[in-house]
Write a protein that binds this ligand. Structure first.
Ligand SMILES: [Zn+2]
Length: 268
């Protein structure tokens, strides 16, 4: 495999062995972990259970007043609304903090998204879309692009995680992510395609190929590897690397396993 091989890890001593390392500075629970120097900080921006608890009015609202919290059917975490000026500026502050404390110039944005179709219909969104004379969908795309543009002002390079749905129009319709609008501000997209086994890889290939045709920028595919059989990770990485510029292995806690995978991918 000639491409980049990186990791997403909570273990600082693992990073030196790979081309690139990502460290979650803030995850969806809202807990902050100070950056590890030399790694790219990842910040979950609009996914934040802690802020949602503190500021219930910041939570995204969908059809039938459904709130985007983890108690609701479709959600695993709470989603804050990007229309709220406080949420928007807090997001930029988190990015600034992560960059300052890591000494990095690259930020990776996680959860810069609306929760799903029909979100958000909170008072801030209704008011602002009406003021701009935009449909709800057009407004969502514009607002997310504004946020990424604001991040680009404080970071030299921006990487952005995408939900793994490459079907035409889906990212925009489901999440308010308009790739052509984001392209000027994003240097690399990262697509997590997770499985606990990777027992078959045809679906991984379908998604990888879809993104290779869809994305206006080089992208990495991130594979889950904690407790996933080593042979399966190697095979999945080989498939992913046929389409992506690099492969990231996420959350493995066994360094010897990671090193063996690295050797196998390097020699094949
Ligand atoms: Zn809203």
């Amino acid at each position: 495999m000639g491409q980049t091989l990186g990791i997403v890890s909570r273990f600082p001593d693992h990073f030196a062995h790979f081309d690139v390392g990502y460290y979650e500075v803030k995850d969806v629970s809202g807990v902050w972990h100070d950056p590890v120097p030399g790694t790219i900080p990842m910040v979950s921006v609009f996914g934040d259970n802690r802020q949602a608890k503190r500021h219930p009015e910041w939570v995204q609202v969908g059809p039938n007043q459904e709130r985007a919290t983890r108690d609701a059917k479709f959600f695993d975490w709470d989603a804050l609304c990007p229309s709220r000026p406080d949420v928007f500026s807090l997001g930029v502050e988190w990015v600034k903090d992560a960059l300052a404390k890591s000494g990095q110039k690259t930020i990776r944005l996680d959860d810069v998204t609306y929760a799903r179709e029909g979100f958000c219909q909170c008072p801030a969104c209704l008011e602002e879309s009406a003021r701009r004379g935009l449909t709800a969908d057009a407004y969502r795309s514009e607002r997310l692009a504004e946020f990424v543009a604001a991040v680009r002002e404080v970071a030299e390079r921006v990487e952005m995680t995408l939900f793994p749905d490459p079907l035409p129009g889906h990212l925009e319709r489901r999440f308010g992510i308009d790739l052509s609008r984001l392209a000027p501000y994003v240097d690399r997209f990262v697509v997590p395609i997770y499985d606990l086994h990777y027992a078959t890889t045809y679906w991984l290939e379908v998604l990888a190929q879809g993104f290779s045709e869809l994305l206006p920028r080089p992208f990495f595919i991130e594979l889950y590897s904690l407790k996933v059989p080593e042979d399966a990770v190697v095979h999945a990485a080989e498939v992913a690397s046929a389409y992506a510029e690099g492969v990231l292995l996420a959350y493995e806690n066994q360094l010897p396993k990671l090193l063996r995978i690295r050797e196998r991918l390097g020699s094949e």
